[in-house]
Design a binder for this molecule. Structure first.
Ligand code: NAD
Length: 272
């Protein structure tokens, strides 16, 4: 069993590796012997996480790259290849939501600004496509690799108010299946593309929905989410790590084009 999950000597690129959820993925992968390239917009944060990994005996570099700027991704790819020699695992974690792209008491559907809608669609969906174009190329050259997209519970069934983000993540699910088939048909039967769909994690991107800014108490929405989560808690970054190791490794050698919910049972529960 141990060998099934063996990742030693592999290289992973983690976009959004500077963030709350994906920094933990980078740290865990590195602890399993993976050379980790931590990509994000914030140089200091990338360096900090890479240093933390190196201090723990792992191998890592922090790189600034914008998933919406293909040139910066190309530069990052060349650095990763020259430092680490291959790209075996790609985690597309750069993503997020913003208040102005969701309906609220102050903002109705008809007034949602185009700029905010585009921001969310581009960051989550286009950013995932561009990253796969750039970091998928070495996988095609070496005819092997595992791509893990980060979707969301909002992609499987629409969540009230969360318009653009749910749509962008649903598009990621569609793209995950599409790319899995496309790469197998055209390039290699040994490249797999899957996604994980995290449920509700109390983090920066959604705390405006779950915690009342003024009182610091959980919102009615936050309480409803917990009522609909059989495991009755929000997720923690650590809850995602097992699925990431599984999808990155040979343990999932015949798993392709799927979206795995990691949601404490939220998507299984009909509410009655
Ligand atoms: P986060 O905001 O902590 O991390 C996102 C990271 O992406 C940040 O480090 C940011 O610098 C980086 N980033 C933003 N724009 C970028 C760009 N243009 N190019 C490169 N990097 C960029 O968010 P998180 O909560 O850790 O979420 C990580 C992923 O998980 C996201 O795709 C998010 O949509 C998804 N997700 C989060 C939750 C949740 O509850 N937090 C639930 C489901 C899915």
């Amino acid at each position: 069993m141990e060998n099934l999950f063996d990742l030693s000597g592999k290289t992973a690129v983690i976009t959004g590796g500077t963030g709350v959820l994906c920094s933990q993925m980078a740290i865990k992968l590195a602890a399993c012997g993976v050379k980790a390239a931590v990509l994000g917009l914030d140089e200091d944060q990338g360096q900090l996480i890479a240093r933390q990994i190196r201090d723990q005996g792992g191998q890592a570099i922090g790189l600034v790259a914008d998933v919406l700027d293909k040139e910066s991704l190309n530069v990052a790819r060349d650095i990763v290849l020259s430092e680490f020699g291959s790209i075996d695992i790609l985690i597309n974690g750069a993503g997020g939501n913003k208040k102005e792209a969701s309906c609220s008491a102050d903002l109705d559907f008809f007034s949602l600004p185009q700029e905010a809608l585009e921001w969310v669609f581009n960051l989550n969906f286009l950013g995932t496509i561009l990253s796969c174009q750039v970091f998928g190329q070495p996988m095609v050259d070496q005819k092997k690799g595992s791509i893990i997209n980060i979707s969301s519970m909002a992609s499987l069934r629409p969540l009230t108010n969360v318009l653009a983000y749910g749509g962008a993540k649903a598009a990621i699910n569609n793209f995950t299946s599409w790319l899995a088939v496309h790469l197998n048909h055209n390039y290699s039967k040994d490249i797999r593309v899957n996604a994980i769909a995290p449920g509700f994690f109390l983090t920066k991107q959604n705390e405006f929905l779950l915690v009342d800014e003024e009182t610091g108490q959980m919102t009615e929405r936050g309480k409803r989410i917990l009522d609909h989560t059989p495991m009755a808690r929000f997720g923690t970054p650590e809850d995602l790590l097992g699925a990431v190791l599984y999808l990155a490794s040979e343990a999932s050698s015949f798993v392709n084009g799927t979206v795995i919910p990691i949601d404490g049972g939220f998507s299984a529960y009909a509410g009655v």
